[in-house]
Design a protein around this ligand. Structure first.
Ligand code: TYD
Length: 209
């Protein structure tokens, strides 16, 4: 059976990746692909309970506890949703995945990146994104887009979010084949146009291999 594709959408809070991921879903479905849209943390079931803890628990959270909760959610998500859908030939679009842990818990919180990469591998088994978009936006614009009502992660402060942004740019530098940076300072239409160009390139390459 033909294997599908796994595409992830990444970037700092307020970068607009969720909007873009939904536009890409619509574009791919209109082009005849079977698409599953999902997200981390908390796609469904147990994951939703972990999401609630991660975003709304109001006590102190040790950084490695935070990392393990994201990883626990990921292990469940891969096994129960992502892997079966990709194996069935679908395109899985995931709003945040492994690179969020490297950018937020690694570059942002300062946890050991090598260890986090290893833990990501444990959580995901052999499943890796075929393509990853990083939506890069200035921290000022991003913070304005997030607005006043912030969850636990969004409340982590401007310096934290600057580190997260730089982290994503480092990740893209290290894996340029997989990770494509899109300038997300522009309006929705222009960002989508740029995203679509990169996506079409990727699909052409895959389909003519
Ligand atoms: P969410 O409301 O889904 O935000 P967004 O719409 O920006 O994706 O909240 C997810 C938050 O969790 C976001 O601030 C990023 C953070 N996060 C991590 O810190 N590490 C991770 O591994 C993941 C998946 C998310």
């Amino acid at each position: 059976m033909k294997k599908g594709f796994f595409i992830t959408f990444e970037g700092a809070d307020g970068c607009g990746k969720t909007t873009q991921s939904k536009l890409v879903q619509e574009y791919l479905e209109n082009s005849g692909y079977e698409v599953v849209w999902t997200r981390e943390p908390g796609a469904k079931g147990l994951g939703q309970k972990i999401r609630e803890l991660l975003l709304h628990y109001d006590g102190d959270v040790a950084p490695m506890c935070e990392a393990f909760l994201f990883l626990a959610d990921r292990a469940q998500h891969i096994e129960h949703l992502i892997k079966p859908a990709v194996d069935a030939g679908k395109i899985v679009i995931c709003d945040r995945h492994t690179d969020s842990t490297i950018a937020y818990q690694g570059y942002g919180r300062g946890e050991d990146i090598k260890q986090l990469k290893y833990l990501n591998e444990l959580a995901t088994g052999s499943v890796k994104p075929d393509l990853t978009f990083v939506f890069d936006v200035s921290t000022d614009i991003a913070q304005k887009r997030v607005g006043e009502e912030k969850d636990r992660m969004e409340s982590a402060g401007i310096e934290f979010h600057k580190k997260v942004r730089q982290g994503y740019l480092e990740i893209a530098k290290l894996e340029p084949e997989r990770v494509k940076v899109i300038d997300a300072n522009n309006n929705i239409e222009k960002v989508f146009e740029d995203t679509k160009k990169t996506l079409d390139c990727f699909l052409n390459l895959k389909l003519h291999k």
